[in-house]
Design a protein around this ligand. Structure first.
Ligand code: AMP
Length: 279
């Protein structure tokens, strides 16, 4: 089947066939991480829609909206190779009317960890995701664990607003040396890249410890050893559903998350671990 490129809501309506629809929302500059989400969607649904939209609402005034990579033609090749049925690629005017007023609030969970460093970011994410859900009307949608707080907030939105959509999480795809794939990695020089490896190394070292204090301390040590070119925004060990800090008595799954800047490039990463009794 030919890949359909939909630029507006009429195109989307025309592209609809029967059967289960899966949506994979992206900002483009597609890489192997996005491909793994598409494959997961493909297995589960009759029709796969990939949205490619760099959402201005989720970027702060001093963030990289204008220099975010845009590689639409190459993205179409990726989508064709992965058997995607529809690419939804609206422009900003199609998504946001100049007089728009109503948006989604992520609530308190949108203001901690990543949200504490990017005010309004998760409101912008949830607003665009809800709009994409309403435009595409998928039965299921696939999101990466790479953006763990985003995934948790989307699950909360679906629960709190009774959205009839199944949310699937997909594991983080990494380079062989551990670096999590990201559209922003293309901005890293070889030197930057070596510094950036401290993120995944710190998460691995932390995850090898047993208790929260030791996990945090070990991960921090590895980050500090990377030197001053790595500017850490946060290292957090949190409950995967609420993103509240876990204490020493906590048991169960936890997320160890990090954000840091190397030069002008901001990177995030996380791992999931299990804290058990009797450690
Ligand atoms: P983005 O284009 O960066 O907004 O990401 C679109 C989707 O791809 C989100 O659900 C991300 O969590 C997911 N994603 C980004 N990087 C990776 C990765 N390395 N592995 C798995 N999923 C990813």
């Amino acid at each position: 089947m030919e890949l359909i490129v939909a630029r507006d809501r009429e195109d989307l309506v025309k592209a609809r066939r029967g059967g289960e629809v899966a949506l994979v929302p992206t900002m483009g500059a597609l890489h192997e991480g996005h491909r793994s989400l598409i494959r997961q969607a493909r297995v589960r649904a009759d029709q796969v829609v990939v949205s490619i939209f760099v959402n201005p609402l989720q970027f702060g005034p001093n963030e990289d909206f204008s220099r975010y990579p845009r590689t639409f033609e190459a993205d179409l090749d990726v989508c064709r190779a992965e058997g995607v049925d529809v690419v939804f690629h609206p422009d900003v005017e199609e998504m946001y009317a100049p007089d728009r007023q109503v948006s989604v609030s992520a609530g308190p969970m949108g203001e901690v960890v990543e949200g504490a460093h990017r005010p309004g970011h998760f409101d912008g994410v949830l607003t665009v995701v809800l709009k994409l859900f309403n435009l595409v009307r998928p039965d299921l949608a696939v999101f990466g664990q790479k953006d763990a707080q985003q995934l948790a907030l989307i699950r909360r939105m679906v629960a709190d607003l009774d959205l009839p959509i199944e949310i699937l999480g997909a594991p983080t795809v990494r380079e062989p040396d551990g670096l999590a794939l990201s559209s922003r990695n293309r901005y890293l020089s070889d030197d930057d890249r070596r510094v950036a490896l401290a993120l995944s190394r710190a998460l691995r070292a932390g995850a090898a410890e047993l208790a929260p204090a030791a996990i945090r301390a070990t991960a921090r040590e590895v980050l500090a050893a990377a030197g001053p070119r790595l500017e850490v925004d946060y290292l957090a060990l949190v409950d995967p559903e609420t993103f509240a800090d876990v204490d020493e008595s906590y048991e169960g799954m936890a997320v160890l998350a990090v954000a840091a800047r190397v030069g002008a490039t901001r990177l995030i990463d996380n791992v999931t671990l299990t804290l058990t009794r009797g450690r």
